[in-house]
Ligand binder design. Sequence first.
Ligand SMILES: [Cu+2]
Length: 82
Amino acid sequence: MKIRAVVLFSALSFASATALAFHCPADMKKIDEALAKNPKLAAAQMSEVKKFRADGEVAHKAGKHQDAVDTLAKAMKILNVK
Ligand SMILES: [Cu+2]
């Protein structure tokens, strides 16, 4: 019974880590698409978006997917994309 729980738990945490790993590129794509449309943003907002986008990619490549998703979410909030 205990072993089952451990197996189930590791399967679940693996699945969520994998889901997050796919989440970041999807978010980056949304940000890039929004940026390609020349959104009407103040210069300060635009530089924030670009910073969050870059930081998110760095975190993603470092394997810190939760950090990446959180950072990319800030950029998406400014761009008003979901
Ligand atoms: Cu990631």
